[in-house]
Design a protein around this ligand. Structure first.
Ligand code: HEM
Ligand code: HEM
Ligand SMILES: [Fe+2]
Length: 451
């Protein structure tokens, strides 16, 4: 850590990890309600827990991105953050807004639009926090050295904050309502967040592999160009059945198919950088999460996305467990694992220590990733059977659900693995054993003569 103000990131990462814990525990409860539907149905119904699960996910990922920006912008711009105080005020607004949203959900107040259920005042708070953030980071960025990494990060963050405006536009016309809703939901994860992902991944590769900046920049520009080219019109894959003109079926199918390209490029990027890298960086856990993130993102977003993106396929699979399988693996690979890579890299530096608890951290990677992969398989099988019985044979929805119990039980089992992995990760970040022996200079990989 070179700049004092980078310390702000620490508070953001702590808040993010707290919500991450709540998010996965909420998921586990949802998974159990699928197995035993009357659980807590009076006090804490499924739809409320679901809101907490998905909203906590989005908010903690954003807190992680904001923290990452506060960590890497000073380092790339070679100067302190414009205002540390504003950064803490922004965090306070977001935390109060989150608690407010959860409180309202618990008493049954919500907007009812999936992912955007927050009461109006919370949405407004998020807007204010976004404006403070953009102001603070942009002034830092403009005054300092500009790199491809910060250019891309700033573009992504500006666009994603601007898209938030569509969370306020909710026309009576149901088709228009859905259109604007997808402007936020799709153009976040399949366009603007991808830029943020590319920038953070680029930063981690720069630090962990020691590959020249010019090489990293070339890759980043290709990733960004293909992401925007495919992702913007790719929104069409959500316009098939909401009452928009029929040509969206072709625009959506063609452009969203191209969306596989940037995810493939990010995976290739990470592996080629590690292969070319000369540096033997001691933080192996951060490297594992970086490689894991880009790989699982390729499968979750790229492969599982393509699986149901052609309109001829989506006609049958729309809104089934296939969607849930894809949603979980894509979010986990692209954005959860990426944030955890950044935490793994930055937390030791923020605490002024050498990388610690690496074995526990890497164990948490395999536990969580294994659990997520298994969950994806069980939901994909459930979704295939559901699609066939419900959409082809024409059985009733609830009759079909009765046939899927075994898959839901297995999904719950994999959820336990994910939750244990998440708790292990948080433990490995927060609890450090006191060092008994003062470590000497690192000689392991250095001057050992070859014989
Ligand atoms: C980091 C890990 C996780 C991520 C990124 C995640 C993400 C998501 C997302 C994006 C949705 C909305 C899905 C959609 O609209 O299709 C969702 C819903 C859900 N999640 Fe998770 N989740 C995670 C962990 C878990 C865990 C551990 C469980 C436990 C079994 C779980 C169970 C559920 C359930 C049951 C739903 C509701 C699905 C429905 O409405 O049918 N999730 N999750
Ligand atoms: C990291 C990137 C991505 C994330 C986080 C993500 C997440 C999600 C989530 C949560 C949903 C469910 C939304 C809802 O109905 O509530 C969804 C739907 C969908 N996604 Fe993605 N996705 C990503 C990338 C992609 C890509 C690259 C493709 C295509 C190649 C794709 C294709 C689809 C399709 C076709 C649907 C609609 C499913 C339906 O009709 O029910 N996604 N995605
Ligand atoms: Fe999409």
């Amino acid at each position: 850590m070179k700049y004092q103000s980078q310390k702000v990131a620490y508070a953001y990462f702590l808040a993010a990890m707290g919500l991450f814990g709540i998010q996965v525990l909420g998921g586990l409860l949802l998974g159990w309600i699928y197995v035993s539907p009357n659980t807590l149905s009076e006090v804490l119904p499924f739809n409320i827990v679901r809101m907490i699960h998905t909203n906590a996910l989005i908010v903690w990922l954003l807190l992680g991105f904001f923290g990452a920006a506060y960590y890497l912008v000073p380092e790339e711009s070679e100067r302190e953050i414009f205002s540390v105080k504003l950064a803490y005020i922004q965090l306070a607004i977001l935390v109060v807004g989150t608690l407010g949203a959860v409180g309202s959900y618990l008493v049954g107040i919500h907007g009812g639009r999936e992912f955007l259920e927050q009461p109006l005042w919370v949405k407004f708070g998020i807007l204010v926090a976004a404006v403070i953030f953009l102001f603070n980071v942009s002034l830092t960025f403009l005054a300092g050295r500009k790199t491809a990494i910060t250019n891309i990060l700033m573009t992504g963050l500006w666009l994603l904050c601007l898209l938030w405006v569509f969370a306020f536009i909710n026309p009576d016309n149901l088709s228009l309502d859905k259109m604007y809703w997808w402007f936020v939901v799709h153009l976040w994860v399949e366009a603007t967040w991808e830029l943020v992902m590319a920038a953070i991944l680029g930063f981690l590769m720069l630090k962990l592999t020691g590959v020249d900046r010019e090489v990293i920049e070339k890759w980043l520009y290709i990733i960004v160009a293909t992401a925007l080219f495919s992702g913007i019109l790719g929104t069409g894959h959500h316009f098939y059945w909401i009452g928009t003109p029929g040509y969206w079926q072709w625009i959506g199918s063609v452009f969203s198919t191209f969306e596989v390209v940037p995810f493939f490029a990010m995976m290739s990027f990470a592996f080629v950088m590690v292969w070319k890298g000369r540096k033997n960086h001691p933080n192996k856990a951060a490297l594992l999460w970086s490689l894991g993130s880009s790989t699982v993102a390729f499968f979750g977003a790229g492969v599982w996305g393509f699986l149901h993106t052609l309109h001829g396929v989506n006609f049958y699979t729309h809104g089934t467990q296939i969607t849930a399988a894809h949603g979980h693996l894509a979010f986990y690979g692209a954005y959860v694992a990426l944030n955890l890579a950044m935490f793994s890299y930055a937390m030791p530096l923020l605490r002024g220590r050498a990388p610690y608890n690496q074995v526990l951290n890497m164990a948490s990677f395999w536990l969580m990733t294994g659990g997520m992969a298994f969950m994806t398989f069980t939901l994909t099988f459930a979704g295939t059977i559901q699609t066939h019985m419900q959409r082809i044979v024409g059985d009733y929805y609830m009759d079909v659900q009765d046939q899927l119990g075994l898959f839901y039980l297995m999904r719950f089992g994999s959820g336990i693995a994910v939750v244990l992995g998440a708790l292990l990760f948080i433990y490995s970040m927060l609890v450090v054993r006191r060092e008994v022996v003062k470590p000497g200079p690192v000689v392991k990989d250095a001057a050992v003569p070859k014989e």
